[in-house]
Design a protein around this ligand. Structure first.
Ligand SMILES: [Zn+2]
Length: 77
């Protein structure tokens, strides 16, 4: 079945606005403790959990949450 022009332009818009590697805040939130564990144990957290890292770079809310988690983990050892 051939695609008509309006379907094509809809598809093109969807592709342009969707980044396949993006995750939502809830997923980031669910895994940020793992990310923090890796970081604190000296492992390459950015490489092991690149999606979490990317999300933290562009989401101030999660970044703030992550910073306080990190501070708490450091305080409790
Ligand atoms: Zn977020």
């Amino acid at each position: 079945m051939p695609l008509d022009p309006s379907t094509l332009s809809r598809l093109a818009r969807a592709l342009a606005t969707t980044q396949p590697d993006e995750i939502a805040c809830d997923e980031c939130f669910a895994r940020m403790d793992a990310f923090a564990d890796l970081l604190l144990s000296g492992k390459p957290a950015e490489e092991l959990l690149p999606k979490i890292h990317a999300h933290l770079q562009r989401c101030p809310d999660c970044k703030e949450e992550f910073e306080s988690l990190l501070a708490m983990l450091r305080a409790t050892g």
